[in-house]
Design a protein around this ligand. Structure first.
Ligand code: NAP
Length: 313
């Protein structure tokens, strides 16, 4: 690699969610000159969260958008450089330099932190793709206001499904949570709120089999998996919250992934490739929270600094 003909950064961070931006703050304070590359605008998935109640230092809670904005401001105050609307398709390693292939040309760096997060998973049923944007949604914050006085389904029983079901009661006249088991996975505090909300009904032991309609969502076929009875109900919208899938495809040929396609890291956020680190929801984290993503970001930045200082000769 000819260093004098191409610009090689010390550190490129891919993804400007809480994990990536916190890595930026810590790297900048360690005298590195990090560049954060983001495929959209800074913020990450947290901007789609209506309200964050469990992030320390905000006793009354804070909107996801405001929290992401504050982290971004802190980054910019330290002089962290951002490149927005740059999508990294693939990362290759040649000698000790990483090449990032993007829609805006190639970027080069001695270390890389992958902080690309995760996206909502699809359920994979008939009608889901057909009616996406016409009644099927993966984002209550974005689309909730379109369902004023409507009857909607929320699919899933995790934190996202229950939290967003509660949020959607601000608009919808009824919210039915379709969950495949007889127990929710969501945190107890969210469960209590849902159970006490008169607009929420939980359809236990139920699977959504199909979404039907003419131009938009009109009906849903639901199976009770205990009684094996199917029924078709009238609805106006379906919000899918059946888990998330890590955005790891850009490194799938380079680093070790687990069975869920999460990037495997050690406690220092090191991947199987020296100089490449991963943080937040894209890695094999035991807890997918903003606060743990931030922690990952801080650790990854310090590990990248150590790598540049002691291992890269
Ligand atoms: P999740 O915890 O993986 O929950 C996914 C839900 O979808 C589960 O209830 C699961 O059912 C159900 N599901 C999965 N595949 C299904 C299928 N094929 N058919 C029917 N149902 C299916 O995902 P998440 O709720 O999006 O949360 C992701 C992470 O973000 C979690 O770590 C969560 O704690 C975190 N998060 C935290 C907060 C918060 O702290 N306020 C808010 C949102 C998200 P089973 O339960 O039967 O497996």
């Amino acid at each position: 690699m000819e260093e004098d003909t191409i610009k090689i950064k010390d550190l490129i961070i891919i993804g400007a969610g809480p994990a990536g931006m916190t890595a930026g703050i810590y790297a900048k304070r360690s005298n590195l000159n990090p560049l954060i590359i983001e495929s959209k605008m800074p913020g990450g998935r947290v901007v789609l969260t209506d309200f964050v109640e469990n992030y320390p230092a905000f006793p009354e809670g804070i909107s996801g958008q405001e929290l992401a904005g504050l982290i971004e401001s802190q980054c910019r105050n330290f002089g962290v450089e951002f490149e927005n609307f740059v999508k990294v398709d693939l990362i290759e390693k040649d000698d000790n330099t990483f090449k990032l292939k993007t829609n805006k040309g190639d970027f080069f760096s001695k270390t890389v932190i992958v902080a690309t997060g995760a996206n909502p998973a699809e359920l994979g049923i008939p009608g889901e793709r057909e009616f996406r944007g016409r009644g099927v949604s993966y984002c209550a914050t974005c689309d909730g206001p379109l369902f004023k006085n409507k009857n909607i389904l929320v699919i899933g029983g995790g934190d996202s499904a229950v939290q967003e079901a509660i949020f959607l009661t601000k608009f919808a006249s009824s919210v039915r949570v379709v969950h495949r088991r007889d127990k929710l996975r969501a945190k107890k505090i969210l469960q209590e709120k849902a159970f006490n909300n008169p607009k929420i009904e939980i359809l236990w032991n139920s699977n959504l089999l199909e979404i039907k309609g003419e131009n938009s969502v009109e009906r849903a076929v639901i199976l009770n998996n205990k009684t094996n009875q199917k029924r078709e109900i009238k609805i106006d919208g379906v919000f899918m919250y059946v888990g998330i899938k890590p955005n790891s495809s850009l490194v799938k040929n380079l680093v070790e992934l687990n069975e869920k396609n999460s990037i495997i890291t050690d406690y220092k956020m090191r991947t199987s490739v020296p100089g490449l680190f991963a943080t937040g929801d894209v890695r094999n984290t035991p807890l997918k929270q903003i606060v743990t993503a931030n922690s990952d970001g801080a650790i990854a930045a310090i590990s990248a600094e150590e790598y540049l200082e002691y291992e890269l000769r």
